[in-house]
Design a protein around this ligand. Sequence first.
Ligand code: FMN
Length: 733
Amino acid sequence: MTISIWRYSHLALAVCSSLFLIVASITGLILSFEPITDATRGYAVEDLSAVKVSRTMSALDEQYEETLELEVDVNDYVLASVITKEGESERIYIHPITGAKLGYPKEKSRLFQWTTNLHRSLFLKGIGRFFVGLISFLLCLITVTGVFLLAKRQGGVSKLFTKVQKDSFEQRYHVVISRWFMLPVLIVAATGVFLSAEKFSILPSGNVTHSKLIIQDDEIPERGRRQLALFETFTLDNVRKLTFPFSEFPEDYFELALTDKELYIHQYTGEILSEVPYPFVTLAARLSLTLHTGQGSVLWSVILLATCVSLLFFMYTGFAMALKRRRTVKATTPELDKDKCEFILLVGSETGTTNYFATLFQNALHKAGKRVYKAELNQFTDYKKAAHIIVFTATYGEGEAPTNARKFREKFTTTQSDQLINYSVVGFGSLVYPDYCKFATEVDTVFRTRSNFTETLPLYKINNQSFAAFTDWSRQWCNTTGIQLTIKAPKETKKTSKKKAFKVVHRTPLNDDNTFLVRLRPEKKVKFQSGDLLSYQPKEDGVPRLYSIAKIQDDILLSIKRHEFGLCSNHLNNLKHDDLVYMGIKRNPNFHFPKKAKEIICISNGTGIAPFLGIVDENKDYIPISLFWGGRNKSAFTAYEETINQYITSGKLAEISIAYSQADDQKRYVQHLIAEQKIALAQKLKSGAAIMICGSIAMQNEVLTILEEIATIELHSSLSDFEHREQLKMDCY
Ligand SMILES: Cc1cc2nc3c(=O)[nH]c(=O)nc-3n(C[C@H](O)[C@H](O)[C@H](O)COP(=O)(O)O)c2cc1C
């Protein structure tokens, strides 16, 4: 079954049951406090597995005139119905060894009574109970479809708990939290169904029937005392209820309800007159009630409470995702006549993000005065005036097409046209999956089969919806076609801490390659790590720029490239010693020091070296760190040289390999260094090394291509395996 069918079923079921589920979750959340308050009343004074029933019975005989009933509740509180020496009839909590009165059972509070009624039957009695049962059943189905979606997303059941692909907050945490709560939700739902089915007598009867008893009078001992020897064989933890004989006549007997069976016991001889085990339905109903309500276990009640909160969270995030998807996918509606447009954008998108990027490109083309037609890949046909076709497509399942691109190959084969068209394919995928951008690769191959199609740019793959990679591709496309476009950056949504004051304590002069280092000292204590991001927002345009941080002895070290018209880089370049700047810090936990790694390989170019200076500085355990760096020429390295030499001398940095792209004696890039060390890198990866990449997207893509080769050819695995094992960390721009 395709992923979209699972997704639609999951959503449709959630929509149908949402209102009821909201009520059930909120009331469930309130009710989960009931067992917690009950369990904290403190009447469980003894370990009941060490208290024989006979002992409690003797204690009761001494303390009270008569005992009618003894009960052990889910909280291990012992309750007795007694007649006191003063002739009062009481139902009390007792000490199981002394028989002393501990307190009186409390009536269920009005709030819990009211909430229970709403939770069980929505105040609609039988019909309400039926609906609640039905909703519980739907919740079971929602959970099952959810587990399928989760398994598909993570690349199989065995990978359920591996790394989650980077995504929006709603999508990411819907996945992350569902992994922990799928089992509790399924338990709550299934037990809800069971309890409803039991109420409607759909299940076989759970009543216990004893055969008729014939008790002979001559069994009364002369002393006329009750025989308690048998009760020495039972401890209180196995007892649910003991009903004392109604009278002293031998035809009245003890009724002992244990956890698994019910016994009738002769009150004088101690003989077991009848023994009936509880049927499975009774035991299952009891377990269902315990699991559904959390009675008797504070820990489980807390889990149930969290489960109710998680259900509300799933509803919020699920609907937020569905709405977002509707908004973004709907945008594929064609605006113009397909046969009048020169630019055709074709989209393969399941959850809308690829379409969002395509729309950004469409808007930029519109702004540049071009006629653009955007459609789904499934709608591929001939386009009379087309000069450029640009495909933006995601990959799903195991390297399959998104639903709106499944028919593309067939449509392409049946559409005949000799028109000369330039094409370009942009693949959106994630390195978490073994078949990284596989469908985009297939689309690219399909275009290659026709001689009238000419490639504008080679297939471009974008990992994790990286906007930086998308702008890099757009820049390349604009350079090749000569069409100048301005792509509007999306608003930064990720959280940045409040702006803090930093003082400039050091800065290097501007280097030949227009780069410089600034060292900033926080005015007040600020928490950050190397690899986090510093956000600087110039007043002029209010658009924050992010810089990767090196943490050096509680200071922040930034490496900045000054761009001629760059607002931010020029502001920072104008900073002088002791100046104050106000900046925010954004946590970037995916790019922190990989503590579990046996070895670290840092690959960078240009100012991308910055976080690695901090990471090496943090290397207190002297883990072997190899640094690869690519720069323009020797003078570009001068700003870092002294620090790097110190690290090598101290042993914090094992080695550095440098490639210069514009030196007289060599014209090499950092990817060339990586290619030369394929075998050594393969060995290092195999023995648990982590690779970190920071720098330009173009460099990242080149390095990834080589790493993919290393993974497949040398190690017979895939990059996704390294992603899952957190051996690959990237922060490129
Ligand atoms: C269930 C699932 C399966 C995926 N399978 C792959 C895959 O095999 N290869 C890949 O590169 N990306 C895969 N991805 C990642 C998506 O292609 C990527 O997140 C893409 O940006 C989603 O675009 P969309 O929002 O337009 O659908 C998968 C994502 C999900 C949720």
